[in-house]
Design a protein around this ligand. Structure first.
Ligand SMILES: C[S@@+](CC[C@H](N)C(=O)[O-])C[C@H]1O[C@@H](n2cnc3c(N)ncnc32)[C@H](O)[C@@H]1O
Length: 279
């Protein structure tokens, strides 16, 4: 997994030693604009009105909260995360880039999503599979029930899921990322998967052109939940309609990023889907 790189002199600090793992994560993993495009448009289509208050669960650096309040003067966001370090990073690096008025429309809460109490949002979003941290059925059920009771009467819960036969493998995937001319390699590794309980361990590392590496910058211990399990549990927790959204293919045979409601899909090696759960 090591990249061949240029040699650097002993006095020059390595790129890895000065790199910021949260910044690299945002560049490699998140696309807040596309996520909010989907959430905003889907809410409008389903509810025939515009959403105002969005709650981002497992918000990390609150990138999605920031994108939400930029989309309209009346829009408000609440970000919930347990970790004060990541919330602080979000305040210093993301909220600080907003106007004062936009910033005032975001509330960051250092709380557990399992029992947080907030104003009733139109939308609760839990993206990038963070709910997979809840590995016991009863914990995931407690979370889904809490989301259900927190939402407005016509509110929608948005979440995502991945799967396919590659998700059951111990594999390494690399992607080159261009950060305004400064490239780096994003390395996703599924380090272990247990087919008996679906315990899935994954890491994210970053490699740089000077040969340095941020090894295991992020590590996740997840349960690989299946779509039928998630759909059934959402329904059990009172959601009236659960929909899965699947993307198509572009002319080069790549996923086209256009997620549409689906009941059947191809048995892909690796797929990502969105779900909506309507209260
Ligand atoms: C992978 S990050 C997700 C960041 C971002 N939401 C995204 O889409 O990429 C997962 C975050 O969930 C937070 N977290 C884990 N368990 C939590 C819990 N029970 N309640 C609130 N936050 C939690 C962690 O601190 C971490 O910042």
């Amino acid at each position: 997994m090591k990249k061949k790189g240029k040699r650097r002199s002993k006095s020059t600090p390595s790129i890895a030693s000065t790199a910021d793992r949260h910044h690299l994560y945002e560049l490699s993993v998140q696309c807040a604009e596309a996520e909010i495009d989907f959430v905003d448009e889907t809410f409008r289509k389903l509810k025939k009105r515009r959403a105002k208050l969005l709650r981002e669960d497992f918000c990390g650096t609150a990138n999605v909260c920031c994108e939400w309040v930029k989309r309209g003067d009346k829009r408000e966001a609440i970000g919930v995360d347990l970790d004060p370090e990541v919330l602080d990073w979000g305040r210093k690096n993301n909220l600080s880039k907003l106007t004062k008025k936009q910033r005032q429309r975001i509330t960051l809460l250092e709380k557990n999503v399992l029992n947080v109490k907030t104003a009733k949002p139109d939308i609760i979003s839990a993206m990038n599979f963070s709910y997979w941290l809840l590995k016991e059925r009863q914990n995931l059920k407690q979370y889904f029930k809490s989301v259900h009771s927190s939402l407005q009467d016509d509110g929608i819960f948005f979440l995502d899921c991945y799967g396919g036969y590659d998700s059951h493998k111990e594999i390494v995937e690399e992607r080159e990322i261009d950060d305004d001319g400064d490239g780096f390699t994003y390395i996703w590794e599924q380090t272990s998967f247990n087919p008996i309980d679906h315990e899935l361990h994954c890491t994210i590392s970053f490699a740089f052109p000077d040969g340095s590496e941020l090894n295991k910058a992020f590590s996740y211990e997840w349960r690989l939940w299946s779509l039928p399990e998630v759909r059934e549990l959402l329904e059990e927790c009172g959601f009236s309609r659960v929909t899965v959204y699947w993307q198509g293919w572009d002319k080069d045979g790549e996923p086209d990023g256009d997620f549409k409601p689906a009941k059947r899909a191809d048995a892909d090696a690796g797929w990502i889907a969105y779900l909506t759960a309507e209260k």
